[in-house]
Write a protein of this length. Structure first.
Length: 133
């Protein structure tokens, strides 16, 4: 076989392998519409029906969501002043805050945590778990 036939055949094989890999990764991607808080699952709708809305100002502008402090109180976290709160993202990123920082934070309806007057490193996107310790 000459180059004229070999190169297109190799290109087609590589394209098929690439398409198969893309379909496989997409099919196995986990989509989670719940957040685990203190080892209990809550849907976003449940969370937003439990806690009070809150708006904060950040260096990126006004952000609206629900108060994290109010949420922790209403789901029954005993002694919130005694605990640390770890927010874990879908991609493995996590941040731990104390009660004073928690009081300034909100959770948006697209599972993002914002805190007013803090570094962006504390903000967590795609939150899937809030661990109370």
């Amino acid at each position: 076989m000459g180059k004229e036939k070999t190169i297109p055949i190799i290109a087609i094989i590589l394209l098929l392998i690439g398409n198969f890999c893309a379909v496989y990764v997409h099919a196995n991607q986990i989509s989670k519409d719940t957040i685990t808080i203190n080892q209990e699952e809550y849907s976003i709708d449940q969370i937003f029906s439990i806690a009070e809305p809150k708006t904060i100002e950040t260096d990126e502008g006004i952000k609206s969501g629900i108060s994290l402090f109010d949420l922790m109180n209403k789901i029954g976290i005993s002694c919130p002043t005694c605990n640390k709160f770890t927010f874990k993202a879908k991609d493995g990123y996590q941040q731990t805050v104390d009660l004073e920082t928690l009081k300034t934070g909100i959770l948006t309806d697209y599972s993002r945590i914002y805190f007013s007057d803090t570094a962006h490193a504390l903000w967590v996107s795609d939150v899937v778990e809030i661990e109370v310790s």
